[in-house]
Design a protein around this ligand. Structure first.
Ligand code: FAD
Length: 416
C-alpha cells in the first residue's frame, strides 16, 4: 500500500507529489486527462510560437511561483504595450484599472460584515447616481475575476484590489507548462508514479486507509489522500465518497467558479496596428470584450478573453469562432472577411465546458471562508483537499494559490 494517493496532476498535485517524495513518502498521482498540467496548458507546433491555452501571467510578485520559476531555471519578462479601449465604436487610450475603482476601493475598506459586491454597490453607489461606477466595476470583476457581481464577496474584492497584484504582469519564456514538467521530473525521479487517463470515480475510506477506483475499474490503495480536483468538478458529484460526507458537499457548493473561454488567433500581419498602435491590452464592448497581444514579443498573435456570466450563454463550436471574428472586425473597423483572410491559425479553449475543469478558476462568496474552514480541516489525517479553490488566505484562483495550498497540505501531513 502506498503512503499517499493524489487525485489530479495539475500544478497543485504535482507540487504536492514532489514535496512528499522529497520527504520519502511513496506517492501515486491519478490524472483524468491524457496529459499533466490541468489548467496550465502550453501548446507548441500550430502557431509561430508556443501559446498558453490556460494560465499565462505571473501577477505581481507571488512568493511560491517565483521560487518555482527560479528553481526550474525559467526566465520571465514583463508584458508591454499601450492599453486601448473601444466603446460605442470610439477608440481611446485607457488605463488597466479605471480611476473610479479607487473610490470604490476606499469605501470597501470600511465594510464591516461581508456582503456581495452587488449589495455593496447598491448600498454605497446606487445605480441611478453612479452608472459609470457600476459599469467599470462590472467590467473588472467579470473580466479579471470571471465572477458574478451577485455572488462575489465584497471583502475579497477589497483585498484583491489592495494587494500588490496586476491584471497582466509577466510571462514565462517558453511557457508555463515548463513548471509542471519540472515538478513531474522531480517527483518521478524520487519515485512517484503518475497515471494519466485515469479519472477517479469513487473513494471508499476509513481513518488511515483509502481505496480509490477509476472509471475503468482500476483500484488504488493508500494511507492518505489529497484531492486536488477543481471545486466546480467536485460539486457535481463526479466523485462519490463512501461513507458520504454531506458537510463537504455542502461546503464545496459554497465555492463559486467563473466561466472562462480563451481565444488564440494568429494573423499574417499585426492587423491591429493601424487603429490600435502598440496595443498591449484592448478592452471593449465587443462580444469577446478583452484582447491582448504578445508584446514585447512581436508575433502577430492575439488572445481573446470571455469570462464570467457571459460564458453561460456563449455559443459553441464554429459559432464561437464567428463571435471572435465579428468582435475583431468591430475593434479594427474592418469586415469579418478581412479578418478571415488574414487568419493563419485559431485555437479556442472553452474551460467552462471542459469536463475536468468546468470553469476557469474559483472566486470567494461571503460564505466561502466558512466553507474553506470545513474543507481545509483534514479528516482523521486521512483526506485532504488542495488546489487553487481550497487555499486559505487571500490567494484564490491563481497558480500561486494552487502552489500555496499544496505546500500547506504537505506541511500538515508531516505534522501528522
Ligand atoms: C484560461 C485560464 C487562464 C488563467 N490565467 C492565469 C494566469 O494568468 N495566472 C495565474 O496565476 N492563474 C491563471 N489561471 C488559473 C490557474 O491556471 C489555476 O489556478 C491553476 O492552474 C490551478 O491548478 P490546480 O492544480 O489547483 O487545478 P488544475 O490545474 O485544474 O488541476 C486539477 C487536475 O485534476 C484533474 N481531474 C479533474 N477531475 C478528475 C478526476 N475525476 N480524476 C482524476 N483527475 C481529475 C484535472 O484534469 C486537472 O489536471 C488561469 C486559468 C484559466 C482556465
Amino acid at each position: 500500500m502506498k503512503d499517499v494517493i493524489i487525485i489530479g496532476a495539475g500544478i497543485c498535485g504535482l507540487m504536492a507529489a514532489r514535496q512528499l517524495t522529497l520527504k520519502e513518502r511513496s506517492v501515486t498521482v491519478l490524472e483524468a486527462r491524457d496529459r499533466i498540467g490541468g489548467r496550465i496548458n502550453t501548446i507548441d507546433g500550430r502557431f509561430s510560437t508556443h501559446i498558453e491555452r490556460g494560465a499565462e501571467f505571473v501577477h505581481g510578485k507571488p512568493k511560491h511561483t517565483q521560487a518555482l520559476i527560479q528553481e526550474a531555471g525559467v526566465q520571465t519578462f514583463p508584458t508591454e504595450g499601450a492599453t486601448w479601449e473601444v466603446r460605442k465604436g470610439q477608440v481611446q487610450r485607457t488605463s488597466m484599472f479605471p480611476e473610479t475603482l479607487q473610490m470604490v476601493s476606499e469605501a470597501l475598506g470600511k465594510l464591516g460584515t461581508d456582503i456581495t459586491m452587488n449589495e455593496f454597490l447598491d448600498r454605497h453607489f446606487p445605480h441611478p447616481d453612479f452608472p459609470e461606477v457600476w459599469e467599470d466595476v462590472r467590467h473588472v470583476i467579470e473580466g479579471f475575476d470571471a465572477a458574478d457581481l451577485d455572488r462575489i464577496s465584497a471583502k475579497a474584492i477589497h483585498s484583491e484590489w489592495s494587494a500588490d497584484s496586476e491584471f497582466s504582469g509577466s510571462r514565462l519564456a517558453g511557457g508555463y507548462s515548463q513548471l509542471c514538467e519540472f515538478l513531474r521530473r522531480e517527483a518521478t525521479n524520487h519515485g512517484a508514479e503518475i497515471w494519466l487517463s485515469s479519472p477517479v470515480a469513487t473513494i471508499a475510506w476509513t481513518p488511515g486507509r483509502v481505496e480509490v477506483m477509476t472509471t475503468d475499474g482500476d483500484r488504488f490503495e493508500a494511507r492518505q489522500l489529497i484531492i486536488t480536483v477543481p471545486a466546480s468538478v467536485l460539486r457535481t458529484g463526479a466523485i462519490t465518497f463512501s461513507p458520504a460526507t454531506d458537510r463537504w458537499h455542502d461546503a464545496v457548493s459554497r465555492i463559486e467558479t467563473g466561466g472562462v473561454i480563451k481565444f488564440l488567433l494568429e494573423f499574417r500581419r499585426p492587423l491591429w496596428e493601424e487603429r490600435l498602435r502598440d496595443a498591449g491590452f484592448i478592452f471593449s464592448d465587443a462580444r469577446v470584450p478583452t484582447w491582448w497581444t504578445q508584446l514585447p514579443a512581436g508575433y502577430p498573435i492575439l488572445s481573446g478573453w470571455l469570462s464570467g456570466p457571459a460564458t453561460l450563454t456563449a455559443p459553441r463550436g464554429d459559432n464561437l469562432t464567428a463571435m471572435a471574428i465579428e468582435s475583431l472586425a468591430y475593434l479594427f473597423d474592418c469586415s469579418p472577411e478581412t479578418i478571415e483572410r488574414e487568419l493563419r491559425a485559431i485555437e479556442i479553449a472553452d474551460w467552462s465546458r471542459d469536463p475536468f475543469s468546468l470553469g476557469g478558476y474559483a472566486y470567494k462568496t461571503p460564505q466561502t471562508p466558512a466553507a474553506l474552514e470545513v474543507l481545509t480541516t483534514p479528516v482523521y489525517d486521512t483526506i485532504y483537499f488542495a488546489g487553487e479553490a481550497f487555499n486559505v488566505g487571500d490567494e484564490m484562483g491563481t497558480v500561486e494559490a494552487a502552489l500555496q495550498s499544496a505546500l500547506r497540505v504537505v506541511e500538515r501531513m508531516m505534522e501528522g
